[in-house]
Ligand binder design. Sequence first.
Ligand SMILES: [Zn+2]
Length: 327
Amino acid sequence: MSVAYPWLEPVWQRLLATRSRPAQALLLAGPRGVGKSALALEWARALLCEAPRPDGSACGVCPACHWFETGAHPDFRRVGLQEKTSKEGETRLATAIEVDQARDAVDFVQLSTYRAGYRVVLVDPADSLNLAAANALLKVLEEPPLNTVFVLVADQPRRLLPTIRSRCTRLDVGLPALAQATAWLGEQGVDDAPTLLALAGGTPLAALGWCEGEVLDERRGVLEGLARPQALDPVTLGERWKAVAPQTWHDVAYKWLGDLLAVRLGGSVQFNQDFIDVLATLGREADLGKLLALAKTQADEGRTLAHPLNRSLQLQAWLVEYRHVFD
Ligand SMILES: [Zn+2]
């Protein structure tokens, strides 16, 4: 049986070859948007399946496969970022995996299994474990109970505790070849795959994410504004762009500044291939010090992505700074 995305096939075959003696702690590492989570789930399903195919993959029809499908397999536990509701009633994902979640997983692996086979704990994104959660998990990773398999998924494995990393068998999931990613996006009905892939840093799932809803139009609107810094009116644009989701805004602004910096430092445009001429001109005109300062602020914002009370005011302040880069 083939795995969710064609570029995962080689790494999937490597995993399947270990089906009879799987690593007790597996770390799937690689850039965001290449399908690591899908791979981890497929692996968990294969391990829990009670009538695996000759190649080791899940049969899809046994009771275990059925429970897995419905999210009800008693020997499977998924530890991830929980949704939290703020006082204002806004729901968003927590930024870290908390210690009580890790303790739940630890308790879970101490129980005997419901079925005769493996018990699987998926920790995704493992690089979001906070320190207390990581330490709680470390104890069971050091001496995992019999028939227990941990699968950790991380975009940034360096953020894991070294002691956790050293307990894991690491499997890297790399970027697909450009031709393969382009072909796959074409099959998904994406028109301009090369532009989107550049925008997404080569990761096909992130490229596909850019096609959802209004995101591409919003990006274009923002970039057309940023492309003419002298004509830009911070008040009008701040008011207009407050409707853009903070994550989208951050991503667009961050990559735009990244391209400007690259050009300013004599490199080439990495993300915004469709604005390559504008970037080539603007990048040469930019004040390096101011541009660096703004890019740093933008990177810091990305770590929190806080919702300010007055979004348009915040955008206005940003746009004033941006305009100064080209004074
Ligand atoms: Zn099965």
